[in-house]
Design a protein around this ligand. Structure first.
Ligand code: NAP
Length: 490
């Protein structure tokens, strides 16, 4: 795939620290590849602890100035950043597709989605209210004000290279925090492009710092932030094991944490569901980004009475999905991110078939398209002893489990350590009320497969993490409450 930008425009290969583009301290680099072809896109800085420290130094120096800006000044900078992101939507969409592999329409969609958080938090910056606490004693005035927590370290995954980092940087800057950020090894270019646009938008030097690192450098690089008491918060999106590791390792400096972790979303189709709507909702929820999203249904529970009909309707639609590189305008499913991802998907399908699953469509790799393609797959007769029931597959595979009554479905849906998204389809208003309350998840889709919105609180319960991104709650994670008690006023 060629990209319509010249490198000089949006692609940056160095770290962005203190308002400057600088190579890694030791000059190291790693290679970014196009997952559709395996071809090299470019080389970027391979940072280590010294680079992480330099970023923190810059963020620490900028913090008092940024903290003391007026909320409306921060909002104005964020609005300019938002406008620049949208002005560059096509180029950014191409960049996302180039390094991440999603179809171009989805790449552009991600730009709009990520930008919506920037606009949202520009507005929220001007609504950081405190409280005047009703007087408890004569001569005393008690107030509560909200202050930025300080330096925020943002660590993000590869599946949404723009949206995941935008929805951390935007609230942090809105709150008056400064940021050090490390995107995923597979997708550093979009994050660096965002830093470039933030700089152009007027984000002052040191307020936003982005460094890239390869997987084998990530631990030592991030460790510098974990151990540095000047970094007051970690905001992380990624897998549950890494989230737990960050929680443990940041305990020595007791940082505030937001953890957006893995999911294992159930999707329940009751006998009384509108089946066409359920199929459409499942396709939207499951096959976005080729099944590589944290809110993708991973386990689909279908009630006895509609099981075979739903399976047939679904398989027919899934078999029609167009698998192709991002450059093909008809593409609906792109390549998986890397070989590790592809192997996990193949392992889940093989294991399911060994345990008795029936392949209704797909089930195979597509090497003729490139190194990382897997056919959209529907498996019938899935059972709890299959690996795909308890592990996130993170690929285009739909396993269909059978159930006979509501209590059984809810029990199975909740039988997981995870609790990010869940979905169900039913037309019975009392059942909707009951099941909506009973599902253990931070997000519940009811007769709806597309749930994300900057106005909604996004986040999980159980081992899917804590904290919320977006919505009126999203800023709280970047603020601390200070209680001021003034005496001698009588
Ligand atoms: P990951 O392996 O946990 O990596 C996420 C980020 O953490 C990457 O930047 C990664 O760097 C870095 N990292 C990995 N190990 C680290 C360590 N020991 N110390 C410091 N940093 C480390 O997750 P992923 O495979 O990229 O992303 C997929 C996961 O993210 C899935 O579980 C998905 O459900 C979850 N996710 C959750 C949400 C949500 O909102 N809840 C949204 C999207 C994705 P490298 O890239 O260099 O390894």
């Amino acid at each position: 795939m060629t990209i319509s930008l010249s490198k000089g425009e949006l692609i940056r290969e160095n770290n962005f620290i203190g308002g400057l583009w600088v190579p890694a301290t030791d000059g190291a680099q790693f290679t970014v590849t196009n997952p559709a072809t395996g071809e090299v896109v470019t080389n970027v800085a391979n940072s280590g602890p010294a680079d992480a420290r330099a970023a923190t130094n810059a963020a620490a120096q900028a913090f008092p100035m940024w903290r003391d800006t007026l909320p409306k000044e921060r909002a104005a900078v964020l609005r300019r950043w938002h406008a620049l992101i949208l002005e560059n939507a096509n180029s950014l969409g191409e960049l996302i597709s180039l390094e991440q592999g999603k179809p171009l329409a989805e790449g552009r969609g991600e730009v709009a989605y990520g930008a919506s958080y920037v606009a949202w938090f520009a507005d929220e910056a001007t609504r950081i209210y405190g409280d005047i606490i009703p007087q408890q004693q004569r001569g005393k005035r008690m107030t509560a004000v909200k202050e930025p927590v300080g330096i925020v370290a943002a660590i993000t995954p590869w599946n949404f290279p723009l949206a995941m980092i935008a929805r951390k940087i935007a609230p942090a800057l809105a709150a008056g925090c400064t940021v050090v950020a490390k995107p995923a090894e597979d997708t550093p270019l979009t994050a660096l492009a965002l830093a470039l646009l933030a700089h152009e938008a007027g984000v002052p030097a040191g307020v936003l710092n982005v460094i890239s690192a390869s997987r084998d450098h990530a631990v030592a690089t991030v460790a510098d932030w974990l151990e540095d008491s000047r970094v007051r918060k970690i905001t992380f999106t990624g897998s549950t094991p890494v989230g737990k590791y960050l929680a443990r390792e940041s305990a020595s400096t007791l940082k505030k944490l937001s953890l957006e972790l893995g999911g294992n979303a159930p999707f329940i189709v009751f006998d009384d569901a509108d089946l066409d709507a359920a199929v459409t909702g499942l396709l939207a929820a499951k096959f976005r980004n080729g099944g590589q999203t944290c809110v993708c249904p991973n386990r689909v529970y279908v009630q006895d009475g509609v099981y075979e009909r739903f399976a047939a309707l679904l398989s027919e639609r899934v078999a029609e999905l167009k698998v192709a590189p991002a450059t093909d305008p008809a593409a609906q499913i792109g390549p998986m991110i890397n070989v590790r991802a592809l192997e996990k998907i193949a392992r889940h399908v093989d294991d399911a078939v060994r345990h008795g699953a029936r392949v209704l469509t797909g089930g195979n790799r597509l090497p003729e398209l490139g190194p990382h393609y897997f056919a959209p797959t529907v498996l019938a007769d899935a059972t709890p002893d299959m690996a795909l029931c308890c592990e996130e597959t993170f690929g285009p595979v739909v396993p269909l489990f059978r159930f006979s009554d509501e209590a059984e479905a809810v029990q199975a849906a909740n039988d997981t350590p995870f609790g990010l998204a869940s979905y169900f389809y039913s037309q019975d208003v009392r059942r909707i009320n009951r099941v909506g309350r009973q599902l253990e998840a931070g997000i519940v889709g009811i007769n709806e497969g597309a749930l994300a919105s900057e106005a909604a609180p996004f986040g999980g319960v159980k081992e899917s993490g804590y904290g919320r991104e977006g919505s009126k709650y999203g800023l709280d994670d970047y603020l601390s409450i200070k209680y001021l008690c003034q005496g001698g006023l009588d």
